[in-house]
Write a protein that binds this ligand. Structure first.
Ligand code: NAP
Length: 320
């Protein structure tokens, strides 16, 4: 299959492009401002996906079999700072890609988020009604509806959650943000009353590609890891895995913090029916931890802190 991956310079998009290559597909990788680094990709390019014309021209030139949409403005703060881009990328782009996929007969796999929910009715089934608390959640919820309306049986939406994995620059993964925070600030406070169900990066990437391969699966699905745990527990388990002192993580409560945007309390997801329809298995948190590496730039701090040596390996033609 010819698979187009948007957001291929980002955390999830790059891994989705690598997974598509690993599974024998031809890959066209699109970044926004940074050209994706995907060894083996047929084409790598940058397109500003807020504009309709360039992506329309690209799709009509390439006529792909599938599109995996990982391009987004994917943070609560980023959306508050730039609402116009949030609307265009999180809501307008999925609609445009779905129209184009419907037109050329391609499958669209669009990535959405658990942040479309308010956190008061977990575990959320795939038919639960969104009730977003933030602009990020609202624009992503609108993107889901518009993608499905325009793409019809050609479109699948995958709601997912905190991504646990190694990012291209060592700053985007869950453990990377935590370890960098520890390196800067000593003790880090993490909420005991915020429940999330982290997902492994390579596992999620496989799911996105498998959904391209399984053309008959359309509609909204949920994908996450096997366990719903608090952010505090996530931090403790990451510290234990890396041999870091767990007293560096202190328990805090979200309900007592003075955040401008309210945070969903419990975003546990039910993985029915997708977990029963795919070959890709659901990963436990321990399985996710086994794939993590010390982030680039943190090696010296880490070695001094733990007495463990960091050894870098070449993987998939890339030096992580
Ligand atoms: N990360 C998580 O924990 C998480 C959790 C739940 C759901 N998700 C969802 O997963 C998806 C991927 O998130 P991610 O964490 O991989 O995000 P990311 O690392 O920030 O990547 C975002 C991608 O979007 C691209 N992009 C941004 N603006 C663009 C523009 N104007 N034109 C074209 N491309 C543009 C970026 O390209 P450049 O950097 O080259 O500009 C980058 O490749 C999103 O839909 C997000 O909502 C993520």
């Amino acid at each position: 299959m010819k698979v187009v991956v948007t957001g291929a310079s980002g955390l999830l998009g790059r891994e989705a492009a690598l997974a598509a290559l690993r599974r024998g597909h031809q890959v066209m990788a699109i970044g926004g401002t940074t050209a994706p680094r995907i060894p083996g990709a047929e084409r790598t390019l940058t397109i500003d996906l807020r504009d309709a014309a360039p992506i329309t021209g690209f799709m009509l030139e390439e006529f792909p079999d599938a599109v995996i949409n990982c391009a987004a403005l994917p943070t609560v703060d980023g959306c508050e700072r730039d609402p116009a881009s949030a609307q265009s990328l999180n809501a307008g782009l999925p609609a445009r890609l779905a129209e184009l996929c419907f037109h050329v007969g391609a499958k669209l796999v669009h990535v959405s988020t658990d942040m479309v929910f308010d956190g008061e009715a977990a575990p959320y089934g795939h038919t639960a009604s969104p009730a977003p608390l933030s602009l990020y959640g609202r624009t992503k919820a609108e993107g889901e509806v518009r993608a499905l309306k325009a793409g019809r049986e050609h479109a699948a939406v995958v709601r997912t959650t905190l991504i646990n994995g190694n990012s291209p620059d060592g700053t985007r993964g869950l453990h990377e943000r935590l370890i960098r925070g520890l390196m800067k600030g000593g003790v880090t406070g993490l909420h005991t009353d915020e429940i999330r169900q982290p997902v492994g990066l390579t596992n999620l990437a496989d799911v996105l590609v498998e959904l391209c391969e399984r053309r008959q699966l359309s509609g909204v699905y949920h994908w996450a890891g096997a366990e719903a745990i608090s952010r505090h527990e996530i931090g403790l388990r990451i510290c234990r895995h890396f041999g870091l002192d767990t007293t560096l993580i202190s328990p805090t409560e979200s309900s007592r913090s003075a955040s401008a945007t309210p945070r969903p309390r419990d975003l546990g997801l039910s993985l029915v029916p997708l977990a029963g329809k795919l070959r890709t298995p659901v990963q436990t948190f321990a399985e996710q931890l086994s794939e993590l590496r010390v982030p680039r730039g943190c090696e010296q701090w880490y070695e001094e802190r733990t007495g463990r040596k960091v050894v870098r390996r070449l993987e998939k033609g890339l030096d992580y």
